[in-house]
Write a protein that binds this ligand. Structure first.
Ligand code: TPP
Ligand code: MG
Length: 894
C-alpha cells in the first residue's frame, strides 16, 4: 500500500518534471534561447524572494556545450583526415618505441599524443595558419609531451626525414637530433615556444595574447586576427601558474586567445581527479573568471543517445559518474559499460537495449570526434569579447589497447611488444606487414597518394607549415654611444643611486627617435619604489581601454596615466606575469617580426628566486632584453629584512649561460653595460639576456677613469678602479669591490694606507660571472686541446703582474669571488653576505655581514700577516682599533 502511494507520487513528480521540460522546449523553439535565459532568471529571483536558497554553481550539466543541431557542417574529408591521423599516430608511436630500443631509458611519450591527435589534426587541417608575407601566422603552444606527434606530422609534410625521426632524443648524434620536447634553443628554426615546464604554457600564452594587442595598440603591428592557441594537459592545470592569470585574460578581453585542455582525466601517476570531475572543476574556474567555456565531452553516438532519452536520467548519470570510474569504462569492455554505467537506472538499460556490447565499448569521447572538435574551434575563433577554453574529453593512450590505454601506467609507456604493435597497426590500418612489424618501421604514403595530396593542400591553404620559428632580424641599436655619453662624466657634486641613473637612462631611451617606440618597460607594482613614477606620465601605462576614470592625482605632474598607447606594462603584483610579458616582448624579434626591447625592473629578491623557471624558459625561448634587479644587495637595501634583502641572485644567475650578469657600482658602469647589451642583443643579434642589479644607496658617481682598458674591463668583469697612492710600501693588497660595496673597498684603501701604511689597489668587479665563464671556458679548451698554446683566462692575465694579497667584498654570497679564486696569483679572502637578511640600518647590516671597510681592511692585514709581510700583532691591534667584536653574531647561523 505504502509503496503504491509512493509510486504514484513519483509518477506525479515525473509528469511534473516533463511538463516543465516541455514548457522550456516550447519557449526555446518559439522564442529562442534569450527568452529561456530571461525566464530562468525570473524563476531564480522568485525562488530567492520566497527564501529558497539556490546553491551557487558555475557549472553546466556534464554534456557538450554546443548542441548537435548547432554544429557547423564539417568542411573536410573525414575519411582522408582519419587516414592521415592514423599514420601520424603510428609514426609518433614508432619514434618513441624505436628510440627506446636503440638506447634503453632514452625516454619519450606515446600516450599523450595518442590522446590529443584529433584535437591537433583538426587544428592542422582547418584552423592553424602559418606565416605568409602578409600574415604572421597563429601562435600554437604544443603540449610538450606530445612532441612526437608534431615531428611525425612534419615527417609527412616533408619537413623532416626518416633519419631525423630516427634521431629523436639523440641530439648529440653528429648530424644532430630532434629534441625531446619543444625547445627553440635547440631547434631554432622549428620550435617557437618551450612548453614542457608544466604551468608556464598557460601563463605565457595569456601574456603573449595580451602582448599581441599591446603591439597593435602602440602602433607597432597591424591588427590581423592572429590567434594564440595553448594546447594544455588537464594534470598541468593543477600548477598554480596555469590558472593564476586567467582573470587577466578575461579582463583584457583577449578574444585572440584559445586554451584547449586535453582532458584525458589522467596525469603521470594516475587520475587527475579520481574522486571528482576535472572538466567540471575547470569549467567552474574559467566561467567564474569570465571565459567562454566550451565543453567537448561526448562523441556523436552519445549525443544520439541523449536525444533519445526523455527521462533526463542519462544526463544525471553523466553528471554523477566520477573520473575514477570513467577510467574503468575506458579499460573494460562493453558489457561492463552496460552493467555499470547504464545499469544504474533501468530506463537507461532500455535505452541501449539494441546496442551490442561491442558498440557500447566504442562509444567515443568528444575529444576524439572531429565534428565536435571542429564545432568547438569554430566557436572559439569567432569570439569577439572574451577568451575561450575548450575542455575536451579524451582517452590517455588512445589506441594503445592492452599496452596502456586508460591505464595508470600509460604516461610512461615507451615500449610495445610485437603483439601490441600488431594490434596498434590493425586498429589504425597501417600498411605494415607482419614480417616488418617487429621493426616498427616509419610509414610515409607515396607523394601522389590522396593522403599526401590532401595534407599538403590543406597546409598550403592555411599558409604553410607550422610550427616554424623565424629567427633573425635586421640590426638595430648600432649607434647608441651618444645615449650613454653623459653618464660617463660622473654626477659632479650630486649624490645618486645606480637605480636613479638607470631610470634616467630608461627615460632617455624612451625618448630616443630610433629606439623609443621599441622600449617596453615592465614593472610589477613597484615603480614608485624604484623612482620610476615619472615614466607614468612620460610614457603612459598601457591599458587597452585607456583610462575610464579620472585619477585622483590628476593635478599632479606624475599622475597615474593609463592610456591605450602607453608603453609601460604595469603588471600589478605578478612577477610571474611580468616575466611572461618579458618573454613575449623579448621574443618579438622572431615571433612578431618587431624588435621590442624589454626592460623588466623588479625587486631583485623576487627575480631569480621567485620566477627562476620562467627566466630559464626565457633563455630557451631565445628572448632578448634587460632584467633589472632593483633594490639589490643584502646590506644596501636597509630595513627590509629577511625576505627582501637579496644577496644571492647573482649566484642564481650563474645557472644559465645565456645570461650576462652585472653588479655595477657606478652610473658609468651601468651605462657601459646597457650599451653593450643593446649592441650585442639588437645590433649583433645575439640571443642573450642582461641581468643588471641596481642599488638604492646614493653617493657621488665618479667619471669613468681614463685608460683604454676600462670600458673593456667593465664588460669583461673587472678593472683597476683606483691604484694605490702610497708609492713606497713593502706590502701590497688588492681590494676588490662590487656594487655599493665598492665604496667600502675605497674606504678600506684609505684606512690601510693612512693607518697601516699599506699600499692597496682597488678593483671594481662588475661581474664575477663573466670572469668565471671566461676562465672555465679557457680551462675546458686547454683540457681537450693539449699541445696547443694554452689559453689564459682574462682574470689571470689581468692580475699576472700583481703581487700581494687579495680581498674581495660584495653584497652577495662569498661563493661568487670564490668561484674565480684559483686563477688569482695570490691568496684571496672572500667577504660576502651569506645568511638571512635583517631589518636594520646599512651600517649595522654591513657590520653584521662583515662586509664593511673594517672587515676588508682586517682581511687584508690578516693575509699579509700570514705571509709574514707586516709586524706581528698588527691584526690584533687593528681588530681592537676598528672596534670589531670577536664574539659577535654569526650571520651564517644566528
Ligand atoms: C613543472 C613540472 N613538473 C613535473 C613535470 C613532469 N611531468 C611531465 S608530464 C606530467 C604529467 C602531465 O599530465 P597532463 O598535464 O594531464 O598531460 P597528459 O600527458 O595527461 O596529456 C608530469 C608530472 C614537468 N614536466 N613539469
Ligand atoms: Mg592528462
Amino acid at each position: 500500500m505504502a509503496t503504491d502511494i509512493q509510486k504514484s507520487a513519483n509518477d506525479l513528480l515525473d509528469i511534473e518534471n516533463s511538463e516543465w521540460r516541455e514548457s522550456l522546449d516550447y519557449v526555446l523553439q518559439t522564442q529562442g534561447g534569450e527568452r529561456v535565459r530571461e525566464l530562468l532568471r525570473l524563476l531564480q529571483v522568485r525562488a530567492q524572494e520566497q527564501g529558497v536558497s539556490i546553491p551557487f554553481t558555475a557549472n553546466t550539466p556534464y554534456i557538450n556545450t554546443i548542441p548537435r543541431d548547432k554544429q557547423p557542417v564539417y568542411p573536410g574529408n573525414r575519411e582522408i583526415e582519419r587516414r592521415i591521423k592514423s599514420i601520424i599516430r603510428w609514426n609518433a608511436m614508432a619514434m618513441v618505441v624505436r628510440a627506446n630500443r636503440e638506447k634503453s631509458g632514452i625516454g619519450g611519450h606515446i600516450s599523450t599524443y595518442a590522446s590529443v591527435a584529433t584535437l591537433w589534426e583538426v587544428g592542422f587541417n582547418h584552423f592553424w595558419r602559418g606565416r605568409t608575407d602578409d600574415f604572421l601566422g597563429d601562435m600554437v603552444y604544443f603540449q610538450g609531451h606530445a612532441a612526437p606527434g608534431v615531428y611525425a606530422r612534419a615527417f609527412l609534410e616533408g619537413r623532416l626525414t626518416k633519419e631525423d625521426l630516427e634521431r629523436f632524443r639523440n641530439e648529440l648524434a653528429p648530424e644532430g637530433g630532434l629534441s625531446s620536447y619543444p625547445h627553440p634553443f635547440l631547434m631554432p628554426e622549428f620550435w617557437e615556444f618551450p612548453t614542457v615546464s608544466m604551468g608556464l604554457t598557460a601563463l605565457s600564452a595569456i601574456y603573449q595574447a595580451r602582448f599581441n594587442h599591446y603591439l597593435v595598440d602602440r602602433g607597432l603591428r597591424k591588427s590581423s586576427g592572429r590567434k594564440v592557441w595553448a594546447m594544455l594537459g588537464d594534470g598541468e592545470m593543477d600548477e598554480p601558474e596555469s590558472l593564476g592569470a586567467i582573470t587577466l585574460a578575461s579582463r583584457e578581453k583577449l578574444n585572440n586567445l584559445i586554451f584547449v585542455v586535453n582532458c584525458n582525466l589522467q596525469r603521470l601517476d594516475g587520475p587527475v581527479r579520481g574522486n571528482g570531475k576535472i572538466i567540471q572543476e575547470l569549467e567552474a574556474a574559467f566561467r567564474g573568471a569570465g571565459w567562454n567555456v566550451v565543453k567537448v565531452i561526448w562523441g556523436d553516438d552519445w549525443d544520439q543517445l541523449l536525444e533519445k532519452d526523455d527521462t533526463g536520467l542519462l544526463v544525471r548519470r553523466m553528471d554523477e559518474v566520477l573520473d575514477g570510474e570513467m577510467q574503468h569504462f575506458t579499460l573494460k569492455k562493453g558489457d561492463y559499460v552496460r552493467e555499470h554505467f547504464f545499469g544504474k537506472y533501468p530506463p537507461l538499460l532500455k535505452l541501449v537495449e539494441n546496442y551490442s556490447d561491442e558498440h557500447l565499448g566504442r562509444l567515443t569521447r568528444g575529444g576524439h570526434d572531429p565534428d565536435k572538435v571542429y564545432a568547438a574551434y569554430s566557436n572559439a575563433i569567432s569570439q569577439t569579447e572574451m577568451p575561450t577554453v575548450i575542455l575536451a574529453h579524451t582517452i590517455k593512450g588512445y589506441g594503445l589497447g592492452e599496452a596502456g590505454e586508460g591505464k595508470n601506467i600509460t604516461h610512461s609507456q615507451k615500449k610495445l611488444n610485437e603483439d601490441e604493435l600488431k594490434e596498434f597497426r590493425t586498429r589504425f590500418n597501417i600498411p605494415v606487414s607482419d614480417h616488418e612489424i617487429a621493426e616498427a618501421p616509419f610509414y610515409r604514403p607515396a607523394e601522389d597518394s590522396p593522403e599526401m595530396q590532401y595534407l599538403k593542400e590543406r597546409r598550403a591553404a592555411l599558409g604553410g607549415s607550422l610550427p616554424k620559428r623565424f629567427p633573425g632580424k635586421d640590426p638595430i641599436a648600432c649607434q647608441t654611444d651618444g645615449l650613454i655619453r653623459e653618464y660617463l662624466d660622473g654626477s659632479g657634486d650630486r649624490e645618486l643611486a645606480t637605480t636613479m641613473a638607470y631610470v634616467h637612462m630608461l627615460a632617455k631611451l624612451l625618448r630616443d627617435p630610433e629606439l623609443g617606440k621599441l622600449i617596453v618597460p615592465i614593472v610589477p607594482d613597484e615603480a614608485r619604489t624604484f623612482g620610476m613614477e615619472a615614466l607614468f606620465r612620460q610614457a603612459g601605462i598601457y591599458s587597452h581601454v585607456g583610462q575610464l576614470y579620472e585619477p585622483v592625482d590628476k593635478a599632479s605632474l606624475l599622475h597615474y596615466n593609463e592610456k591605450k598607447t602607453g608603453a609601460i606594462l604595469e603588471e600589478g603584483l605578478s612577477e610571474a606575469g611580468s616575466m611572461a610579458s618579458f618573454i613575449a616582448a623579448g621574443t618579438a624579434h622572431s615571433n612578431n617580426g618587431v624588435q621590442t626591447i624589454p626592460f623588466y625592473t623588479f625587486y631583485s629578491m623576487f627575480g631569480f628566486q621567485r620566477v627562476g623557471d620562467l627566466i630559464w624558459q626565457a633563455c630557451d625561448s631565445r628572448a632578448r632584453g634587460f632584467l633589472i634587479g632593483a633594490t639589490s644587495g643584502r646590506t644596501t637595501l636597509a630595513g627590509e629584512g629577511l625576505q627582501h634583502q637579496d644577496g644571492h641572485s647573482h649566484v642564481l644567475a650563474l645557472t644559465s649561460t645565456r645570461i650576462k650578469a652585472y653588479d655595477p657600482a657606478f652610473a658609468y658602469e651601468m651605462a657601459v653595460i646597457v650599451h653593450n647589451g643593446l649592441t650585442r642583443m639588437y645590433c649583433q643579434q645575439e640571443d642573450l639576456i642582461y641581468y643588471i642589479t641596481v642599488m638604492n644607496e646614493t653617493y657621488l658617481m665618479p667619471p669613468m677613469p681614463k685608460g683604454k682598458d676600462v670600458r673593456d674591463g667593465i664588460i669583461r668583469g673587472m678593472y683597476r678602479f683606483r691604484p694605490a697612492s702610497l708609492k713606497k710600501s713593502k706590502a701590497k693588497a688588492h681590494l676588490l669591490g662590487s656594487g655599493a660595496i665598492l665604496n667600502e673597498a675605497l674606504k678600506a684603501q684609505e684606512l690601510l694606507e693612512k693607518t697601516y701604511k699599506i699600499a692597496s689597489d682597488v678593483w671594481s668587479v662588475t661581474s664575477y660571472k663573466e670572469l668565471y665563464t671566461d676562465a672555465i671556458e679557457c680551462e675546458r679548451w686547454n683540457l681537450i686541446n693539449s699541445g696547443k698554446k694554452a689559453r689564459v683566462p682574462y682574470v689571470q692575465q689581468l692580475l699576472a703582474k700583481e703581487q700581494g694579497v687579495f680581498v674581495a667584498a660584495s653584497d652577495y654570497m662569498k661563493v661568487l669571488p670564490a668561484s674565480v679564486a684559483q686563477w688569482f696569483p695570490g691568496p684571496l679572502h672572500c667577504l660576502g653576505t651569506d645568511g638571512f637578511g635583517r631589518s636594520d640600518g646599512r651600517d649595522e647590516l654591513r657590520d653584521f655581514f662583515e662586509v664593511d671597510y673594517r672587515y676588508i681592511a682586517i682581511a687584508a692585514l690578516k693575509q699579509l700577516d700570514a705571509a709574514g709581510e707586516i709586524e706581528p700583532g698588527t691584526v690584533t691591534r687593528a681588530i681592537k682599533e676598528l672596534n670589531i667584536n670577536s664574539g659577535k653574531l654569526n650571520p651564517h647561523n644566528d
